[in-house]
Design a binder for this molecule. Sequence first.
Ligand SMILES: C[S@@+](CC[C@H](N)C(=O)[O-])C[C@H]1O[C@@H](n2cnc3c(N)ncnc32)[C@H](O)[C@@H]1O
Length: 409
Amino acid sequence: MSAEEILQELRQWLERNGGFFHSQVRLKQGFESYWNQVDSGFSVVASENLPADSKIVSCPFALVITKDLALGSLSTLLHSTARDLANWSERQLISTYLSFHWIIGDDESSKNLLRHFPYVKSLPTLDKLRTPLHFTQAELELLKGSNLYGATLDRQREWQAEFEECRSAVSTVNREWADKFTWELYLTAATHLSSRAFPSTLVSRNLTLTSPGDPEPILLPGVDSLNHARAEPVSWVQSYLGSGPVPDAGSCISLVLHNPVTAGAELFNNYGPKPNAELILGYGFSLPNNPDDTIVLKLGGPQGGRWEVGREARGADPVWDSVLSAVQCDEGSEPSYEDHLDAADALAHMAQQLLDKLPEVSIFTPHGAREDVALMIRHYIEGQREILESLIQYAEAKEWHGEIPAVET
Ligand SMILES: C[S@@+](CC[C@H](N)C(=O)[O-])C[C@H]1O[C@@H](n2cnc3c(N)ncnc32)[C@H](O)[C@@H]1O
């Protein structure tokens, strides 16, 4: 099947199930030319001028992939009770559910349990994915000394352990399935989830009710087909029909773009203000000079904590307060001029140490690294460097603004 046919099938499947893509938009394989990054999947383009507030795509609730949908299908397939799988995370359930489409295949017998084949087939293949879990060893080395390096190793360990647990459960039921259930398959599915997830609050009955805890990730086929543009004005609109806990047929989630779009232009969703570390780790792309970049700072000790500082030292004040109270000799009293000097010195020293640890970014693509990956890493490291430099300037400014004791006469 060609890429065009796969996208056509996705569109028809959405329509058969009560969803749609706007009649004046076209799905196309690859990005519009200017991305300068990897061609990691498809994009949505306007075939005619679209007015402001156009509804671009709509996904019926019946096609939404939730943890519960995955749990229901897997319990039947694995002859397990839902309780056996109840300790699986959302990622384990949804990634295993997606993987099973490839393990069992697109045949009649599994159609009721694995209902997302046209969607799964349209998702980018392993070779197109670019999160750090898909980096070569040489590419990973380029991150050494940055927070993202540690975060990548942690994620690799965590996902691999989850996969082993899922595979071993499958293996007790069917060895042939377990043989087909490879790490690459699981990694691909888990990356699809991390790079396309929406919050489960979108499908809850009362959007205004904040449910306790973090929302779960869910997949919205079709709605997830637009690439990201920072600060793009969009709305994710819920239409929940009926008043019971189970939505009536016709309930759906739609994506509305508030800006008009000219014919031929790509249409964008807005994934929210995310720093490059998060875009790279979860999605496999970066934005140059990303204004939402942050660096995570952790301080030990009783005044310690974890903070995110952004460009131009945005969010540095609580770090400063913590450092200041850590250096203060006389606890409980007003910090002295010397305390300010010591705190400024300690903060600048800490930022300088982190700066020294950061890897060098060459404008040339290092040997063994792919160009698109090297570019992503450059965007990220440059952002980290600029934030740390701004933090040093912030500390220097604090030093000057520390109150100078009046000269005794
Ligand atoms: C939700 S999907 C969007 C549709 C995607 N192009 C596809 O074919 O599946 C998210 C993925 O699209 C790509 N992407 C989205 N926005 C991007 C951007 N601004 N620059 C580069 N890649 C982007 C990344 O690979 C990301 O993981």
